[in-house]
Design a protein around this ligand. Structure first.
Ligand code: FES
Ligand code: FES
Length: 221
């Protein structure tokens, strides 16, 4: 009678062909649950389950894509409106609140025409969602004048020929306001750096820079 062959070390052999007495230890019959308990990862498995449940709850709480109610504070005034979560801050203000001072030019965060102030920082409003701006202080060029009195930056732009077309100028003005509120006496290099996110295709950079250096009396708005 032919005896069963003993496999070589590392050889992959069907179990039926292995002689029972060639197996070094009895076969352990572990299920997955028993294995996890044995190696002490029970708590880890439980935390994974908890994380998945939390994710599921978050997904249930997700908003949109339909319009949702939001509240925005713009130039000191609170507005409530309905917007789809995908709507940018720029479009919400221009299309829903009729605040069209800031312009949509590139619509991809590269020209600066849409520059607004959010909590005192200049931002590209075409690249921020309206729902993200809730609870924050939004300022646009419409909020600069005091009655019929121009803001010092607007006045300086007029006196130093810092404006040409209506597309870029409001963004430059707001970027300059952000600069001077943070640093009332910038050096030319500091002003250049603060305004280098704004593009003018007709070349008013010299006048804008002169206006930024000349404007005095800018206070936090
Ligand atoms: S329109 Fe926003 S950066 Fe150009
Ligand atoms: S101010 Fe608009 S292109 Fe120069």
């Amino acid at each position: 009678m032919a005896s069963k062959r003993v496999p070589r070390p590392g050889e992959c052999t069907p179990e039926a062909e292995i002689a029972p007495d060639a197996v070094a230890s009895p076969r352990l019959d572990f299920g997955r649950r028993a294995f996890l308990k044995t190696v002490g990862v029970g708590p880890l498995a439980a935390s994974v389950v908890a994380a998945r449940e939390a994710e599921a709850q978050d997904a249930a709480a997700a908003i949109g894509p339909a319009a949702v109610p939001i509240a925005l504070t713009v130039n000191g005034r609170r507005h409530t409106l309905q917007v789809e979560p995908r709507v940018t801050l720029l479009d919400a203000l221009r299309d829903r609140l009729d605040l069209t001072g800031q312009k949509r030019v590139c619509d991809r965060g590269s020209c600066g025409a849409c520059t607004m102030l959010v909590d005192g920082q200049s931002v590209y409003a075409c690249s921020m969602l309206a729902i993200e701006a809730q609870g924050r202080e939004i300022r646009t060029v419409e909020g600069l004048t005091d009655g019929t009195v121009l803001h010092p930056v607007q006045q300086a732009f007029c006196e130093h020929d810092g404006l040409m077309c209506g597309f870029c100028t409001p963004g430059f003005v707001m970027a300059t306001v952000a600069l001077l509120e943070a640093n009332p006496s910038p050096t030319p290099d500091e002003a250049r750096r603060a305004l280098d996110g704004n593009i003018c295709r007709c070349g008013t950079y010299k006048g804008v820079l002169e206006a930024a250096l000349a404007a005095k009396g800018v206070r936090r708005g």
